[in-house]
Write a protein that binds this ligand. Structure first.
Ligand code: NCD
Length: 314
């Protein structure tokens, strides 16, 4: 089995079989990461360019480490030091990267749909590393990998996602993925940060954090994305923290041993208190670790699709 498309632009459109293929492949990659040499030749002879038009620590570093562990030739472009600063448009930039025999282009962009726009115009496989408020597919896959590893199966899980849903590509990709895999998603957050159309994606909107977190297997806090808010959408930060933090009270109503997740970076004391971030139930650092395995798996599967010599045996 292999991935259907040349690109990974979102979770929307991925089948449950494709999601399982990525998660199973990541489990193998995780074994590589735990070995002493941390090396495979799966991307030998392949070239990967990462271009991040928005800040990133975890996503960018994990793609770069994944490239190194798999033997790819990789390069990074920072828009601030490139011709983007001279006014070059996205399509010309992408075509320029493509012309240098690039096999995989990893892109983060502030505009929703930016990777979808360029993917059909270039030969390289495009991986969406976050597009505006739309999707962040590799984050949802690493979240799912972490849940599956800790809890056994995604089917039937009850997952509460709390906070700034409106601006969160992480929430959107998680809703697509979890509902495709048979999990139930409950959301809570200020009404001004809860898009009206979100319930159409199959999630249930709850009036309070306590209601969303009750009996949940997983409680995921989201970063309050102040950089995407032009006007005040809630009264004050202390009030937000009082009503919408994933705090001890939320933990107390979730299932015993429920997982606490956060995609990072976190605002300690706003959407999550440090005591919960650091609690034994928190798997936030494991999410980061699994992010490398997921990105290795995705790049391997896309390259296997492009180069049948690497055909996956599943
Ligand atoms: C997320 C993102 O950039 O969408 N971070 C990440 O990739 N781990 C979430 C966020 O910035 O809040």
């Amino acid at each position: 089995m292999q991935l259907k498309n040349k690109d990974l632009l979102g979770i929307a459109g991925l089948s449950a079989d494709e999601i399982n293929l990525i998660l199973d492949t990541a489990a193998t990659m995780k074994l590589v990461l735990s070995s002493r040499t941390k090396k495979t030749a799966h991307l030998q002879g392949q070239s990967v360019v990462t271009v991040f038009y928005e800040n990133s620590t975890r996503t960018r570093l994990s793609f770069e480490m994944a490239c190194k562990f798999m033997g790819a030739a990789s390069a990074n472009i920072a828009p601030s030091g490139s011709s983007v600063k001279k006014g070059e448009n996205l399509i010309d930039t992408a075509r320029t990267i493509d012309a240098m025999a690039t096999d995989i282009l990893v892109m983060r962009h502030p505009n929703s749909g930016a990777p979808h726009r360029i993917a059909p115009l270039i030969k390289a496989s495009v991986i969406n590393a976050g597009d505006g408020m739309n999707e962040h597919p590799t984050q949802a896959l690493l979240d799912a990998f972490t849940m599956r590893e800790k809890l056994g199966s995604l089917e039937g899980l009850e997952v509460a996602i709390i906070g700034d849903i409106a601006h969160s590509r992480v929430a959107r990709s998680n809703i697509y993925l979890l509902t495709t895999m048979g999990a139930k998603v409950r959301l809570a957050g200020p009404r001004t940060l809860m898009p009206v159309e979100i319930a159409r994606l199959g999630a249930t909107v709850c009036p309070t954090v306590i209601e969303a977190a009750s009996d949940a297997d997983v409680v995921m806090a989201l970063r309050l994305q102040l950089e995407r808010q032009q006007k005040a959408l809630f009264p004050s930060i202390p009030e937000y923290a009082r009503f919408f933090a994933v705090d001890r009270k939320a933990l107390a109503v979730a299932k015993p041993g429920a997982l606490i997740m956060h995609p990072g970076p976190a605002n300690h004391g706003i959407e999550i208190p440090t005591e919960v971030y650091d609690s034994p139930q928190s798997v936030i650092n494991e999410q980061v670790q699994n992010g490398v395995a997921i990105r290795m798996a995705i790049m391997y599967l896309l390259s296997a699709r492009r180069n049948p010599v690497y055909e996956h045996s599943n």
